[in-house]
Every structure is written in structure tokens, then in C-alpha cells.
Design a protein around this ligand. Structure first.
Ligand SMILES: Nc1ncnc2c1ncn2[C@@H]1O[C@H](COP(=O)(O)OP(=O)(O)OP(=O)(O)O)[C@@H](O)[C@H]1O
Length: 253
């Protein structure tokens, strides 16, 4: 593969994505460049329609940009055919969404092992148990999703996303379906994964409190990155977001 050593888990270089064509074309990303260093926790925020989901989809190889480059662990996704891109997503990228998407008929441990099983392999001995321990569910390995709380189900989903040892964990509104206390526990877990295991997390969120758990917040507006906050606090994030949303409203008038 086209692999070069890179301290960045993910790099976006002048990424562009246009939906549709002609007079109805929508430029969802207008030249986005960003580095996501290994062992960092980045939150992506911005008003509705600013391009957050599109950025996550392009960065994770779920969607192909119309211009620019995306590198995951030094591999240029644009050079991969569909089969290799699918393999890269399976082996090197973890996903967590607002909905937990667990298989109801399988236990927590079986859900965690599933991505590796589906690729015709077996997780190394003790690996699933270790991941369940990391997410605080060592004693729930044999429970099925219906026997777990929402926060516990999301923690199973996080363990599942980590089972292949991905370069990066992309999280799209991971606390969107959780109450605020449970949401904070999941955010604290993501924080710990970065601090203690050296995982890399990129999270889209609408919630300033959620974003304040990250090392840095990137703000998108109208398809471009317009600002960055390091060591964010809920207040500093909320204030910056309000400015951007005000700007959007003024433009709409
Ligand atoms: N499949 C699509 N076809 C056409 N336009 C699209 C498509 N997906 C997104 N868009 C448009 O691209 C722009 C960016 O959308 P995107 O979903 O990335 O924004 P977002 O910041 O994630 O929004 P939200 O916070 O509301 O989820 C929007 O104008 C949206 O309407």
C-alpha cells in the first residue's frame, strides 16, 4: 500500500465535496485541510449544514471527495480501489454513531467480536474480554443488548469499534441518544481511550459540553474550517458556536 510514516492518524488536504451538479449543486466541503494527530481527541462542530457529516464520511472513506486527498495512517484513500478501501475501513477505522447498532441476538462479547469474525478471523485470545474491561463492562460480557442500559450499549459499540485496532475512531454524535449523565460517562471513556491507550478520536457533536472533553475543537462553517479552539471549555465552545450560528442567521435574512 502507499504507506509513509506519519505522526498524523488522518490528514485531509484541500478536500472538496460537491453534491449534485448544475444550478442545484451544493458545495458541502470547499477545500478543507486538517491534521488529526495520533493519540489526540478532536471535536468537530458547526451550524447545521456546515459539512460536519460530509467531512466525517470523506475522512473515513465512506464517501469519496471530488477533490483533494485523504490519508489514513499515511495511506492515500484516493489511490485505493473499492475492495481495498473496504478492507481499510474494516481494519483501520472504527465507527461509533448515535444509534448503537448492536445485534440484539448476540451477547456483548459476541457483538464486540463480530467485525473480526465477519472478516473470517478470530480475535486473539482474551482480546474481547480486555476491551470489555477497558470500557467498564467486564461483568456484562454475556448480557444481550436488551439487558443493557443505553450507556452500556454505547460502550459495547465503542469496544466493537476498537476490536480491529483501528488507526482512528470516528464518532458521530456518540452521546446524542443518551441522557446527560450517561453521555458524560461515554465522553470520559473516549477521553481515557486517548490518554491511557493512545487511541485517536474524531467526534462530531452539537453539544459544547461534549466538545469540551476534546483536546481541540475545529469549527466548520459553510464547508470550510473557520476556527480552532485548544483546551476548550463548554463556555468557550458555546460562545464560538453562537457567533457562527448568528453569522448564518444574518446571511439568511
Ligand atoms: N446526499 C446529499 N445530496 C445533496 N446534498 C447533500 C447531501 N448530503 C449533504 N448535503 C448538503 O451538504 C451540506 C452539508 O451537509 P452535512 O450533512 O455534511 O452537514 P452537517 O454539518 O453534518 O449538518 P447537521 O448538523 O444538520 O447534521 C448541506 O447543505 C446539505 O444539505
Amino acid at each position: 500500500m502507499n504507506q509513509t510514516h506519519s505522526p498524523d492518524a488522518v490528514r485531509l488536504i484541500d478536500v472538496r465535496r460537491v453534491y449534485g451538479s448544475g444550478p442545484n449543486a451544493v458545495a458541502a466541503l470547499r477545500g478543507v485541510s486538517a491534521n488529526f494527530p495520533a493519540r489526540s481527541f478532536t471535536a468537530i462542530m458547526g451550524p447545521s449544514g456546515s459539512g460536519k457529516s460530509t467531512l466525517l464520511q470523506c475522512a473515513s472513506g465512506l464517501d469519496r471527495p471530488d477533490g483533494g486527498r485523504v490519508l489514513v495512517g499515511g495511506v492515500d484513500l484516493g489511490r485505493l480501489d473499492e475492495r481495498r478501501l473496504t478492507e481499510l475501513r474494516r481494519d483501520r477505522i472504527g465507527f461509533v454513531f448515535q444509534s448503537f447498532n448492536l445485534v440484539e441476538s448476540l451477547t456483548a462479547a459476541q457483538n464486540v467480536a463480530l467485525p473480526v469474525r465477519l472478516s473470517g478471523r478470530r480475535p486473539p485470545a482474551g482480546h474481547v474480554e480486555e476491551l470489555l474491561r477497558v470500557v467498564g463492562l467486564a461483568d456484562r460480557a454475556r448480557h444481550r443488548p436488551a439487558e443493557l442500559s443505553g450507556g452500556q450499549q454505547q460502550r459495547v459499540a465503542i469496544a466493537r469499534a476498537l476490536v480491529a485496532g483501528p488507526e482512528v475512531l470516528f464518532a458521530d454524535e456518540p452521546t446524542g441518544a443518551l441522557d446527560s449523565r450517561t453521555g458524560r460517562e461515554v465522553l470520559a471513556l473516549l477521553r481515557r481511550l486517548v490518554g491511557e491507550r493512545g487511541d485517536t478520536v474524531v467526534m462530531v457533536t452539537h453539544d459544547p459540553l461534549a466538545a469540551s472533553h476534546a483536546d481541540r475543537v475545529l469549527f466548520l462553517s459553510d464547508g470550510t474550517i473557520v476556527d480552532e479552539l485548544r483546551s476548550p471549555t463548554p463556555a468557550s465552545v458555546a460562545s464560538r458556536l453562537a457567533d457562527l450560528e448568528d453569522g448564518d442567521r444574518r446571511e439568511a435574512v
